[in-house]
Ligand binder design. Structure first.
Ligand code: NAI
Length: 261
């Protein structure tokens, strides 16, 4: 995806692991980091699309490998991180994997939805941070970027469980930063507004008129459009890079101005 405007080389000689990298923001992040010189470990539960991302990166001249990883499995996460670290030396972990849920009020939401969304969005990020810290703190360096959401900062009616998880991710990132900073490890989060991905599209599915719902949402953004995965990937790459060497515990809002309008 080199377009002549992308800075290259910030991740030369480094290795980055991205979860949920078979689609959307994770995919764009894997491509961006590879484009800037990283060896990228593309992880996801979706092997087929994950391998396709690896193919695309390799075709563009980058270096990537796929590892199947369900972020809810702590032992599996540890095993992948340890193996990657032993082989390449791991420098960056992007905890991106996350799921949404069908629109429902708090009182309508069933226990199964609650548990599933917490499992992926909260336990998954917990596992990723824990595995990364076991490697990074010993070495005295490393960068973690967690993908939170605008929904972790403001209320979103009928997305109660999602907002619960993203608020947790945002504040947990601050704790990780505070705890790991003295060891030379940074942890930050991004808080994207609405981004056009598979998950993003699912928000419109149960609207009576999905096209009208989309246009209404676009009008709520000062920049009058929804976000693109590449725009979030650029923010993640910044936070993961040495350009952000004195930035930690930060939640970078990438939302076309939604939260300030
Ligand atoms: P997406 O649905 O396009 O991609 C999510 C990826 O995560 C998929 O490849 C899926 O297979 C993978 N995944 C799901 N469960 C997994 C698990 N247990 N273990 C490993 N991988 C798993 O979604 P999108 O939009 O790219 O979202 C990525 C992150 O960005 C999520 O954390 C999401 O909450 C967050 N986000 C998305 C926004 C949007 O509008 N699309 C806005 C704000 C935050």
């Amino acid at each position: 995806m080199t377009d002549g405007t992308t800075p290259t080389g910030r991740f030369d000689g480094r290795t980055a692991l991205v979860t949920g990298a078979a689609s959307g923001i994770g995919r764009a992040t894997a491509e961006r980091l590879a484009d800037e010189g990283a060896t990228v470990v593309v992880t996801d539960v979706d092997e087929q699309n994950g391998e396709a991302v690896v193919d695309e990166i390799e075709t563009a001249g980058g270096d990537a490998v796929f590892r199947e990883l369900d972020v809810t499995d702590a032992d599996a996460f540890d095993a992948v991180v340890q193996a990657v670290d032993e082989r390449h030396g791991l420098d960056v972990v992007v905890n991106n994997a996350g799921i949404a849920h069908p629109h429902a009020t708090v009182e309508e939401t069933d226990a199964e939805t609650f548990e599933r969304v917490l499992d992926v969005n909260v336990r998954g990020v917990w596992n990723g941070c824990q595995s990364a810290l076991r490697v990074f703190k010993d070495r005295g360096e490393g960068a973690i970027v967690n993908v939170a959401s605008l929904g972790g900062m403001i209320g979103l009616p009928r997305q109660g469980v999602y907002t619960l998880t993203k608020g947790a991710v945002l504040n947990f990132t601050r704790t990780v930063a505070a705890e790991a900073g003295p060891a030379g490890v940074r942890a930050n989060a991004v808080c994207p507004g609405f981004v056009e991905t598979e998950m993003g599209e699912s928000f419109f599915e149960d609207a009576d008129d999905p096209e009208e719902a989309r246009e209404r949402m676009e009008r709520q953004y000062p920049l009058r459009r929804l976000g693109r995965p590449e725009e979030v990937a650029a923010a993640i790459a910044y936070l993961a890079s040495d350009d952000a060497s004195w930035v930690t515990g930060h939640g970078l809002v990438v939302d076309g101005g939604y939260s300030v309008a």
